[in-house]
Design a protein around this ligand. Structure first.
Ligand SMILES: Nc1ncnc2c1ncn2[C@@H]1O[C@H](COP(=O)(O)OP(=O)(O)OP(=O)(O)O)[C@@H](O)[C@H]1O
Ligand SMILES: [Mg+2]
Ligand SMILES: [Zn+2]
Length: 1017
């Protein structure tokens, strides 16, 4: 007899099983690179308990006993969730607090600040938006005194023990190893659900991953459904427990209404549809529906068949006037009216110019406040049309708040709203974020918004956040939320979902950026691979590493116990034969999928087509197609009736029995290719309804039978209901089953399939080629020796099983390696780009260009190229400013600027460089979502040019249709970019460019564009 050592050695060549310590080695290396755990600690964590769910139903009666000397005290009694959080903070633990808008999450942040003041350590508070940072600066400074603020363009008291900054600033501090980090005790992430932001979310992940071990973390977020999962990720990444304090309680409960009125007469048409206990009231909904219907039929009598729909400005105006009248009468002001387009907001405010909601005394208060706020502006700026117009609105108690409004005016509006002087505020969604500006009532102008790509209904999370602005703590017993029905009443199911549905999960938006790669390569404290591994998106995979390792150990033992198959005949070529069968199987499956997605084949796959199904649960079974559908990812699903064994199909109903059988059947081993016998039930022939995909169909036969497909499906489904379980099958089912049985019996060796070339007329060369090779493989199989072995089936199966173990082992090994990281290919592609552009050398060492790019926070490649190609040095500072506006301006559509020749040339250079970079990225295999050239927006070049040359702001606004607030924001961000370029000039030692950048900064930094925030004064 012949020993089969040869074939075993060969097939495991990349698993050196002989060395018994190999597995441990592998595991150890992984451990180290994954977590760089100090050697002293046990490698395996006790269990996945990084997230600890805190029971907030548990009142802390002994709270004051446990903390007799609180670091900070509030004038109100704390809620349980606040007490529970503070207890953890006292313990130096990290917390994740998820609670509704206005629940009082800031208390937790404040306590941490107070603690660190007491301990002489530092706290960093980060927020996603500058406006929120400014407000928190004012509040915290008022409370604690020693507070600083660092944003892109403002630095106040940078050595304070509590620093407020944007998340981006914290990130660059971490990359640059700032001193601030050393003494840091707490980092507070406010509005951390911002991690879902496609553009900026990755910054939160970077910061959370890079924060050093000694820093404690406080995460504050709106209510989200996966708090524990998110906390487990952070806990695991930071190797510290995260206490999750999550509450859905609202301090002031909400009542939700539909409003259908549109005139003084109908202004009482307000219908409650969700009460303060979150019960949906169908009755209220129907009333709204009826009110709307009645009006429609009345107006169709008087205006003909076309009833009034929404969207007509005059009718919109009437709706608003009537709803405000009603709210005023019911004493439900102030109101925040969320409106999702700037144009619409302006229109609404204009429409209400006749409304006067303030007293004489209030008017004068507003006047004084506004003029005090803008008195530092230049005289002409105080007379800007937007300022004058806003003053008109405000005096009547109406406010407008969106990104087109000058930042200083936005702040005036916020502060007047805070004082209760703005009675109705038209605002976009940003107003719902973080700012503590509650109203008595929230009104939704519409529940549809444009999300950058599409119009869609509000998501539950968005609605909840905005609606949560209703109800002022201590002032109102309930908050009122009103959805205006200007057009039709929205569908009940939509409203139900939006008002009571689950908010959006926290999800990773992790992506690679050049700046991330360069910074990591430069500082070397963390590998880029490790950054990817620790990202929230890889968390689930990484979380399972421990399990994988265990599985691998078990597999290892089993593989090492495999005994050689001792067989003379099989030793010759069983291994080859096995491989051939395996390849044959996968090629056939692939071809079947391709063919069956072809229109010609789809035409054949209609009801009545007889097919042979071959998958894990049905082995070579005859069936008939009843219908087909296209599922998600465009995959075609077929519903078929197949024959089976009555007793076996009964046991499928019985759960426990079927599980067993399934696992046995679905062993999913490679099967030898040969003539097979169609499945014929041994017991009572029966039928079963199955859903299959193209890959499950082994043969599309030439046969078609008559079948009443719908009736068959209905009948089988009906008998799946327990009550009808014992009913006999209908005529249509029995006939079809009988027919399938008859065909099986008369064709035990299977049936001819449709020929893709002859019958379906497929002409695709590649496909034809593949069919030919399939046929060749099939023909070649009869030449093997092993098939003559009398115990061939047994030996093949054994080998098949062994191979499966090895494949599993290989797969696990892959999962444990860097190669399995989803983003690894993209990382390699980006590295290739960086090499081609000389930002890094062949050893991935960061070069001068790469160091420059690290300084640039926006469009690092483009700006670095511009610097190194001397595009900027040749220009005048005003021109440099104008040109660089294209990396900070974001508006898609606006009026065309007039450009002088040098600027037009500069623009062409930028487009040319963009084209080159984009070609290079493509060559390196990167798939880019949009056109890279499109990322640069030149619409404000003329504006910035003239602004830098000293044109007054009032005149600037005549050059473009871009709104004032957007212009200001763009120039403010441009200032940051100019500073980045100046730093780049310093690094490369270009004094001329350095000088020019200084000048450019100086030229744009003036007047209303850089008026200091009212919150920081
Ligand atoms: N236990 C309490 N009792 C009474 N008032 C409280 C309590 N806790 C907080 N407040 C008050 O509630 C208001 C809202 O609190 P806060 O701004 O902290 O809400 P938030 O949870 O941060 O909401 P957002 O999601 O809008 O950021 C504040 O005016 C605060 O002083
Ligand atoms: Mg808050
Ligand atoms: Zn054999």
């Amino acid at each position: 007899m012949f020993n089969l050592v040869v074939f075993q050695k060969d097939s495991v060549k990349d698993i050196p099983l002989q060395k018994s310590d190999s597995l441990e080695n592998l595991v150890k290396i992984e451990e180290k690179s994954v977590w760089d755990e100090p050697i002293s600690k046990p490698v395996r964590a006790p269990k996945e308990e990084w997230a600890v769910d805190v029971d907030i139903n548990h009142p802390v009666h002994d709270f004051y006993k446990r903390i007799p000397d609180m670091a900070y005290k509030w004038p109100f009694e704390l809620d349980v969730f606040q007490k529970q959080s503070i207890l953890r903070l006292e313990n130096h633990d990290s917390v994740f607090v998820a609670a509704h808008t206005s629940a009082g999450k800031t208390v937790v942040a404040e306590y941490a600040i107070a603690l660190s003041l007491k301990n002489m350590t530092k706290t960093v508070y980060t927020s996603p938006i500058k406006a929120l940072s400014n407000q928190k600066y004012r509040d915290f400074k008022h409370t604690f005194g020693d507070v600083g603020l660092i944003t892109g363009d403002v630095q106040i008291n940078q050595t304070a023990s509590c620093l407020i900054m944007t998340t981006e600033i914290l990130r660059s501090m971490l990359y640059n190893g700032s001193d601030v980090i050393r003494d840091l005790e707490w980092v507070i992430f406010d509005e951390v659900h911002y991690i879902n932001d496609a553009e900026r979310g990755v910054v939160w992940e970077e910061v959370l991953i890079m924060l050093p071990q000694h820093v404690n973390i406080i995460l504050l977020s709106a209510t989200v459904p996966n708090t524990l999962e998110f906390a487990a990720w952070i806990g695991r990444t930071k190797r510290k427990k995260i206490y999750v304090v999550s509450t859905t309680k609202r301090p002031v409960p909400l009542e939700h209404y539909l409003y259908t009125g549109n005139s003084g007469k109908t202004s009482n048409e307000l219908f409650m549809i969700v009460d303060k206990h979150s019960q949906f009231l169908t009755l209220g909904y129907n009333k709204a529906l009826n009110a709307k219907k009645e009006r429609a039929s009345k107006s169709s009598q008087s205006f003909g068949p076309k009833g009034p729909k929404g969207g007509n400005p005059l009718q919109d105006k009437n709706v608003w006037i009537s709803v405000i009248d009603m709210l005023k009468k019911k004493d439900k002001l102030p109101v925040v009216a969320f409106t999702f387009s700037k144009r619409k907001i302006d229109e609404n405010a204009r429409n209400l110019s006749s409304m006067d909601l303030t007293t004489q005394k209030e008017k004068s208060e507003i006047h004084i406040f506004l003029h005090n706020a803008i008195k530092k502006l230049k005289a002409p700026d105080q007379q800007l049309p937007q300022v004058v117009q806003m003053e008109g609105y405000l005096k009547n108690g109406i406010g407008v708040h969106h990104s087109g409004i000058l930042p200083i005016l936005k702040e005036v509006v916020e502060m007047l709203f805070g004082k209760g002087l703005v009675k109705i505020l038209f605002a976009t969604e940003t107003f719902a974020m973080g700012v503590n500006m509650p109203a008595r009532t929230v009104v939704f102008d519409s529940i549809r918004k444009h999300d950058g790509t599409n119009f869609r209904d509000l998501l539950p999370g968005e609605y909840i956040q905005m609606a949560g602005r209703a109800g002022r703590r201590g002032l109102d017993t309930t908050g009122t939320v009103i959805v205006l029905c200007k057009g039709d009443v929205p569908e009940m199911s939509e409203l139900h979902k939006m008002m009571l549905g689950k908010p959006t999960k926290l999800e990773s938006q992790f992506r690679l950026t050049y700046s991330m790669i360069l910074n990591l390569l430069r500082v070397e404290q963390l590998r880029v691979e490790d950054m990817m591994k620790r990202s929230f998106s890889e968390f689930h995979q990484q979380k399972d590493l421990g399990k994988y390792k265990e599985k691998m150990e078990k597999l290892h033992t089993r593989i090492s116990q495999i005994e050689n198959i001792v067989c003379f005949l099989c030793s010759v070529d069983l291994e080859k034969y096995y491989e051939t069968c395996r390849d044959y199987g996968s090629l056939k499956k692939h071809l079947q999928e391709v063919v069956l997605s072809h229109p010609a084949a789809i035409k054949c796959m209609t009801a009545g087509r007889v097919v042979i199904i071959d998958n894990n649960t049905h082995k070579y079974v005859l069936g008939v197609v009843l219908n087909s559908s296209v599922g998600r990812n465009k995959e075609r699903n077929f519903t078929c009736l197949v024959i089976c064994d009555k007793n076996k199909s009964d046991s499928v109903q019985d759960k426990s029995g079927s599980e067993n059988k399934k696992s046995e059947q679905s062993e999913d081993l490679v099967m030898p290719v040969r003539k097979r016998q169609l499945y014929l039930p041994e017991g009572v022939p029966w039928h079963e309804l199955v859903q299959v995909k193209s890959g499950d169909i082994s043969t599309v036969t030439t046969k078609v039978v008559k079948v009443e497909a719908d009736k068959v499906i209905d009948n089988v489904k009906k008998r799946q209901i327990p009550r009808f379980k014992d009913d006999p099958p209908s005529q249509s089912v029995s006939v079809t089953t009988q027919e399938l049985l008859r065909i099986t019996e008369s064709n035990p060796d299977g049936l001819d399939g449709l020929d893709p070339l002859k019958d379906l007329h497929l002409r695709d060369i590649e496909l034809v080629e593949q069919f030919r090779s399939l046929k060749m493989i099939e023909d070649g199989l009869s030449k093997y020796q092993c098939i003559n072995c009398p115990r061939f089936d047994e030996h093949f199966r054994e080998h098949s099983r062994n191979m499966k173990l090895r494949d599993e082992y290989k797969h696990l090994k892959f999962l444990l390696s860097d190669e399995s990281l989803t983003l690894l290919p993209e990382y390699q592609q980006r590295v290739q780009v960086l090499k081609a552009l000389n930002y890094i050398d062949d050893n991935n060492t960061v070069q001068l260009k790469g160091r420059v790019a690290c300084e640039i926070s926006n469009h690092e490649l483009m700006i670095t190229e511009l610097v190194f190609e001397n595009v900027l040095t040749e220009l005048h500072p005003t021109e440099i400013a104008a040109l660089l506006s294209c990396v900070v301006f974001e508006q898609k559509k606006c009026s065309e600027p007039n450009l002088i020749d040098t600027l037009q040339e500069g623009k062409n250079r930028i487009l040319e460089i963009a084209g080159r970079i984009s070609d290079l990225q493509r060559q390196c295999g990167m798939e880019l979502a949009g056109d890279y050239e499109e990322e640069f927006k030149f619409g404000l070049m003329e504006v910035v040019f003239e602004w830098a040359r000293g044109m007054p702001f009032a005149d600037i606004t005549n050059l473009t249709d871009v709104q004032e607030g957007i212009i200001v924001r763009c120039i403010q961000r441009l200032h940051e970019t100019l500073r980045d370029v100046r730093n780049a000039a310093r690094i490369i030692g270009d004094p001329i460019l350095y000088q020019k950048m200084e000048e450019a900064s100086h030229m744009i930094k003036r007047d209303i564009v850089f008026a200091a925030s009212l919150y920081t004064q």
